[in-house]
Design a protein around this ligand. Structure first.
Ligand code: SAM
Length: 287
């Protein structure tokens, strides 16, 4: 039986053998606890038929567990210094492909088409580099890739914002952007102690089930997201105030009052009280 990569001893051994130094700028916090990895995999609901796309395999801690429980793993890694390490640690597994590319630059759709069969269920599972969490997730969602879910370890505060409901402190334009495309839930909180080196923020596992059609019907997506952003520009201000500031060049106050009236939304409300459906109704009155 093989000793898992995700243990403090094995991780330290590998670090020493290759003289590897963590790059904070690449969000390199590696997992040293197999139970956390099993919890992530359970949340992702993968089986021996599932195709898995990972972002940032690091030393292969999660990659190894994914290889054991899925059909095939394709992992994007930006740091070429990890090449000899991954060649050694993942050597026992035949169902892993590592792509040494920045996932934000890669042709992800093409790589999915190359490595998985068209009928195969493909899921994203990763312990993301925290400095680029939002750009990575938004890109995966906006590119409308053929993936059914995304299960990622990210900074807890960001996970809470992505899954937040109206009338909570965490609810904002990020919640709406993510929930427009997915059903979002925070599956579990993870302590700092399972990482090496320990990050200075708390972590959580976020599960995003991708919707077959967006949550709400909007006539113009970019206008909808622009309106949402504007509505949260100053959280303490009313919707009326935020919108008249943002649209001062295009609409008079009276015109804006009229739009809100048409959408059945009281201008004295704050953005944080509007549901995603209400934002859609309001946006659709404009365009
Ligand atoms: N999966 C490993 C684990 O759980 O132990 C490592 C996770 S570590 C938080 C993030 C990994 O993402 C690092 O290996 C880092 O080099 C890699 N990374 C950072 N930015 C990346 C990018 N833009 N594209 C692909 N990989 C990236």
């Amino acid at each position: 039986s093989l000793k898992a990569i995700a243990t403090p001893t094995r991780t330290k051994e590998i670090l020493a053998k290759y003289g590897f130094s963590f790059k904070k700028s690449l969000g390199q916090n590696f997992i040293i606890d197999v139970n956390v990895l099993k919890n992530i995999i359970e949340t992702a609901e993968i089986d021996q038929q599932t195709g898995v796309m990972e972002i940032g395999p690091g030393m292969g801690a999660l990659t190894e567990q994914l290889a054991l429980y899925s059909n095939h793993v394709v992992a994007f890694e930006i740091d070429q210094r990890l090449t000899p390490i991954l060649e050694e640690t993942l050597n026992p597994y035949q169902n892993i492909s590592i792509v040494y590319q920045d996932v934000l630059q890669a042709d992800v759709a093409n790589i999915i088409a190359t490595h998985f069969s068209p009928e195969q269920d493909v899921k994203v599972v990763a312990n993301l580099p925290y400095y680029v969490t939002t750009p990575i997730l938004m890109r995966l969602l906006m590119d409308r890739l053929p993936i059914s879910s995304i299960t990622v370890m990210i900074q807890k505060e960001v996970a809470d914002r992505m899954a937040a409901r109206p009338n909570t402190k965490s609810y904002g334009s990020l919640s709406i952007a993510v929930q427009y495309y997915t059903e979002a839930k925070v599956a579990l909180n993870v302590p700092k102690t399972v990482f090496m080196p320990q990050p200075n923020v708390d972590s959580a596992v976020l599960h995003l089930q991708i919707r077959t059609t967006p949550l709400v019907k909007v006539n113009d997506e970019s206008f909808f997201f622009d309106l949402v952003q504007a509505s949260f520009a100053q959280r303490r201000k009313t919707l009326r105030n935020n919108l008249s500031r943002h649209f001062s060049e295009q609409y008079t106050k009276e015109e804006l009052e009229n739009k809100m009236l048409q959408a059945g939304i009281d201008g004295t409300r704050r953005g944080e009280s509007l549901s995603i459906q209400e934002f859609a109704n309001l946006a659709n009155v404009f365009v």
